[in-house]
Each structure stands twice: as structure tokens, then as C-alpha cells.
Design a protein around this ligand. Structure first.
Ligand code: FAD
Length: 541
């Protein structure tokens, strides 16, 4: 009885044995032939013996038959082709003639343990050809068991798998190499399948994953990118994401490349199928962004300081013109009186003096008006009020901190942009925040709270509430405060009461509304309503 548990897995080997027994080589023991014939007897025996013999002879797989001591009795031509040994070379030799001696001893021990237990054995070992060259053999040995249940022979079948091994090692090495390079890359990389699942990702990705609180970076960071149509193009997109846990926002420059992989399954052999992937690469640019932001904020600070200076010069000159207008009007009135009533008296000299005084006064006022510096005009654009307010709060950090003001900033989550003049709106918000700080400072308030809130009204207005905990504005003054040169406090060393006039002008330019009321903390509440849809934004006044 032949123990062919390995052989039965592949009917090809059975046919090879049948071919062998149909026309055995000279010297093959009759007992072996009888046992092999018993083992495979059945449907195949109807084939002519010549066919079986040719099958073994022409098999591309090396086949050998040994006695129980592994001494070779038969080897087919494929054996000769692979090993370089002819049957004559190896007849009567132990199969160990093929051993390269680098195969670990424990493997042979396991092999022989299986064989003496009358089980087939399969494994890989290093063999040496007749010319001394090594090759990797994939070997199967099956014991042939006699009528007395003793092992009479062994059947050995082996293939040279050196090429496949080299190829698989090469692929493995390349994979390791690519993975090491990708892992060492200082950018976040992730390969996504068509459903957006991460198939593979590098160390930088996993590091980012660990740093995220409660969500996967791919979901937070690249949702925008996946939704956009830039996959497959070299478009880079700067994406901001919030890592959570109160940590500052981070910026990544992201790109997305489409990749295709050919389906390796057997059923795709005649019909090439591909699987699409998306390689997402993200480089952290938070430092660059922070630097850019700090440069931008510094230049904004400088710009606003300059604008404030221009504004105060304008206010001073406007104040001088305003103050001069009164005496000049009086001189003009005196001159008119003299013209009408002093006809009988010769007052020509006085008339001349008064005319000259009026002319000089008018000239002085023209000169002052002409000296008024221009406020640079900015073109209307789309403005996000939340971002602008946040920026103004950042610009006001120093005065807010030094006044000990606690800021409660509550921007509404979704705020569509308005069409407006950025400089004017920024100056307006800055003025309102400065006013709140001044008011809380002036009255030495114990609680210094500033609350800024935005909302979107149902009738299409952006609503901004600026509440402070200062003394507030009396009801009787709530209209007057918008008049030029009106102030509820001493003007010494301060602006001459033009701030809210400027605020009113800006609100009017943007077709908006401003209301003053009492804040919940008992201070001043400024409510601004800026329409989302305006036909045009007025120029600077
Ligand atoms: P060995 O002294 O031959 O054997 C090492 C270990 O195996 C020892 O522990 C010993 O106890 C045990 N052992 C050896 N012979 C027997 C036995 N007859 N019964 C029980 N235990 C035994 N080896 C290859 O390297 N390459 C081949 O391609 C290859 N093909 C083979 C094909 C067949 C059909 C058979 C039966 C064996 C084959 N062998 C092959 C195994 C080979 O016979 C040697 O066992 C092996 O090469 C180790 O040789 P060695 O001289 O280093 O040690």
C-alpha cells in the first residue's frame, strides 16, 4: 500500500506513477511495481503503459525512487536536467548527494520522522547540482509501504524554485525598501481605497492619528480634499484642521494622486481589471502659516496705527475748522450789519478790515481743509465678519490684557460673507472694542467683561453684539454720541468725539443699522446689523 497523502492532492503525480509502472526502467524491483500498481489501480489502468511511461519521462518535475536507505534506484530526465546527474551517476547513491549541507539538520530530522511514521513530507531545502551550483528545491517524499506494512521504497518529487524565490525576495525587499522610505518621509502619507478607507499609511500618519483627539486624521484633514475634484492632478490645497483638546489649529499642504493596481486574481487573467487608489500626501505648514500670520498681523498693526494717526490729524483739523467757523461767522455778521446800518458814517476803513478778516478766515479754513490727510480707500470685497472680528480681537490683545478684560467670544458657527470694505469695517470694530476698553478703564470697573457675539438673522442680516460691563451710555445721549465732537467724557488727551461718527459713517456705507442699548451686565450694548445682500457699498465719507 502506498501512503500518498501528498500525492493524492494532485492527480498529476498519480498519472506520473502510472506512467512509471507501465514501462519501468531496467532494474526496477518487481515488488515496487506491484505495490505502485496496487496503490493507483482503478480507472486509469485502461490507458496504454507507453503513455504512462512517457508521462514520467517527459515530466518537467524531477522524479526519483529510492530504497528504504534513500539509495537512488530511478531518476527521470527532468531530475537529470535539474541536478545535472544522470541515472548512471546517481544509481545506488544516497539522495544526500544532492544536499548542499546548508539545510539545517533539524529539517532532515523532521523529514525522516515523518517518513518513518509512513507519512509523506514536503518542504524546501538547498540542493547542489553536479556542477556545484546551489538551487532551492521544493521537495515531496512519499514512502511506499509493502504488504507486511514495512517501508519498501521512497518516491521523491522535486522542483527548482530558485527563480520564484529570488523574485519573491526581490518583491519583498522592494516592498520593505519602499515602506522604509515612505515611513522615513517627513510628510503624512496614506493610501485610500475607493471607499475612502485607509489601506496603508506611514509613521507620520500614525503619529498624527495618535495626536488627534477622538477622530481619524483622514476624516478631519482630508474630507475637503476628497470632496474636491483635484484627485489625479498636482493641485496642492492648504487645509486647516483642529486637533481638539484645546490645542491650536494645524495647517497642512495636501495633494492627492490617483493610483491604479491591476487585479491579481486568477479570474481576471483574460480580462484586465484595475482597482483605484488615492495617495494622499500632507506636509505640515503650521510654522510657516504662523509666521505668515504674525507678519500679517504686524503689518496690520502698523497700518492701523497709521490710520489712527491720520484719523486723529483729520479730527484735529476738522476741530480747528469747526472752532474757527464760529468767530468767522461773527465777523461776517458784523460786516453785514455795518453794510446795512452804517451808510451815513464813513466806515470804509473798518469795512475793508472786516472784509480782509473774512477773506483771510475763509482762506485759513480752505487751507486747513486742504491739509486734511486722505483716508486710503479700499475696494469692496467678500468679508467674513467672524474672521475680521477675531483678527481685531487679536490686534487688541495687548490693551485687553493690560486692562484685565475677560473676553467672551462667541462667533456663530456658520456665517456667510458680506460685501464690504475691509479697512473701514476693521477700523469700525477696533473703534468699538477700544471704546469698550476705555469705558471700563475710565470708571475703574471691578468686573471687566467684554462679550462679542455674532448671529445670522432670518431676514438676511449679520448681527454683531458687543457688550461691555462699563458704565453704559445714558438714554438721552444715545443719539448725540454719533454727532461729531460729542463726548460723554473729558476730551483732554483723547479723541475729540469723532469715533462713533466714523462708526456711523461705516455702518451707513454698508447699508447697516447700529443700535445702542444697555448690556445684560448693565454696561453698553452695541448692536450692529449688516445686510448680506447690498447693491453697492458706499465710499469713504
Ligand atoms: P543523514 O545522515 O543522511 O541524515 C540526517 C538525519 O536523517 C539523521 O538524523 C538520520 O538519523 C536521519 N536519517 C537519514 N537516513 C535515514 C533513514 N533511512 N531512515 C531514518 N532516518 C534517517 N536530501 C537532500 O538534501 N536533498 C534532496 O533532494 C533529497 N531528496 C530525497 C529524496 C528521497 C526519496 C529521500 C528518501 C531522501 C531525500 N533526501 C534529500 C534526504 C537524504 O537522504 C539525506 O537524509 C539528507 O540529504 C541528509 O543527508 P546527511 O548525509 O547530511 O545526513
Amino acid at each position: 500500500m502506498v501512503q500518498t497523502n501528498a500525492l493524492h492532492e494532485d492527480e498529476g503525480w498519480v498519472e506520473a506513477i502510472l506512467a512509471f509502472i507501465a514501462s519501468p526502467p531496467k532494474g526496477t524491483p518487481d515488488a515496487l511495481l506491484a505495490q505502485l500498481a496496487d496503490a493507483v489501480a482503478g480507472s486509469h489502468t485502461s490507458l496504454p503503459p507507453r503513455v504512462f511511461y512517457e508521462a514520467v519521462q517527459q515530466s518537467a518535475i524531477a522524479i526519483s525512487i529510492t530504497d528504504p536507505q534513500a539509495k537512488i534506484l530511478y531518476a527521470n530526465p527532468a531530475f537529470t536536467e535539474i541536478t545535472g546527474y544522470t541515472l548512471a551517476d546517481v544509481y545506488g547513491q544516497n539522495e544526500s548527494i544532492l544536499s548542499d549541507k546548508r539545510t539545517p539538520i533539524h529539517l532532515y530530522k523532521e523529514m525522516w520522522q515523518a517518513l518513518v511514521d509512513k507519512n509523506a513530507w514536503s518542504g524546501e531545502l538547498i540542493n547542489r547540482r553536479k556542477n556545484g551550483e546551489c538551487y532551492l528545491a521544493s521537495l515531496t517524499i512519499a514512502p511506499v509501504v509493502g504488504a507486511e506494512n514495512e517501508i519498501s521504497h521512497y518516491l521523491g518529487i522535486h522542483r527548482d524554485i530558485s527563480k520564484q524565490y529570488r523574485l519573491s525576495q526581490k518583491v519583498k525587499n522592494q516592498k520593505n525598501l519602499i515602506e522604509s522610505v515612505v515611513d522615513a518621509a517627513p510628510v503624512v502619507m496614506a493610501l485610500l481605497d475607493e471607499q475612502g478607507n485607509v489601506v496603508q499609511a506611514n509613521q507620520a500618519y500614525h503619529k498624527l492619528d495618535n495626536e488627534m483627539v477622538g477622530s481619524e486624521p483622514i476624516k478631519e484633514l482630508w474630507n475637503d480634499l476628497l470632496e474636491c475634484d483635484c484627485c489625479g492632478t498636482s493641485t496642492e490645497k492648504e487645509i486647516r484642521f483642529d486637533p481638539g483638546g484645546g490645542r491650536p489649529a494645524r495647517w497642512f499642504s495636501c495633494s492627492c494622486t490617483k493610483l491604479e493596481e491591476t487585479d491579481t486574481s486568477v479570474d481576471a487573467f483574460f480580462e484586465t481589471r484595475t482597482q483605484n487608489y488615492c495617495l494622499l500626501v500632507a506636509k505640515e505648514i503650521t510654522d510657516i502659516k504662523n509666521e505668515q500670520e504674525s507678519v500679517r498681523m504686524n503689518s496690520l498693526r502698523a497700518l492701523m496705527a497709521e490710520e489712527e494717526l491720520v484719523q486723529s490729524v483729520r479730527e484735529t483739523l476738522a476741530g480747528a475748522v469747526y472752532q474757527l467757523q464760529g468767530p468767522l461767522n461773527m465777523v461776517a455778521a458784523a460786516s453785514n450789519l455795518i453794510e446795512r446800518k452804517g451808510k451815513s458814517v464813513n466806515l470804509d476803513g473798518l469795512r475793508r478790515v472786516l472784509r480782509d478778516a473774512i477773506g483771510a478766515g475763509a482762506h485759513a479754513m480752505d487751507t486747513l481743509s486742504n491739509c486734511m490727510p486722505e483716508i486710503p480707500s479700499d475696494a469692496p470685497g467678500r468679508i467674513n465678519v467672524n474672521e475680521l472680528l477675531h483678527e481685531v480681537l487679536s490686534l487688541s490683545t495687548k490693551p485687553l490684557l493690560s486692562a484685565g478684560v475677560i473676553v467672551d467670544w462667541k462667533p456663530t458657527a456658520v456665517l456667510p460673507p458680506i460685501v464690504g470694505r475691509e479697512h473701514s469695517l476693521r477700523a469700525m470694530f477696533k473703534q468699538l472694542i477700544d471704546n469698550a476698553i476705555d469705558a471700563m478703564n475710565d470708571r475703574a470697573c471691578l468686573n471687566r467683561d467684554l462679550s462679542i457675539r455674532t448671529a445670522l438673522t432670518e431676514d438676511g442680516f449679520i448681527q454683531v453684539f458687543i457688550d461691555d460691563s462699563g458704565p453704559g451710555i445714558d438714554e438721552k445721549d444715545r443719539i448725540n454720541v454719533f454727532q461729531p465732537f460729542f463726548s460723554t467724557k473729558g476730551v483732554k488727551g483723547k479723541r475729540a468725539g469723532m469715533g462713533l461718527t466714523m462708526v456711523q459713517d461705516t455702518v451707513t456705507q454698508h447699508a447697516g443699522i447700529i443700535n445702542i442699548s444697555r448690556s445684560p451686565e448693565g454696561g453698553c450694548r452695541i448692536e450692529l446689523l449688516l445686510p448680506l445682500n447690498v447693491d453697492s457699498v458706499g465710499g469713504d465719507v
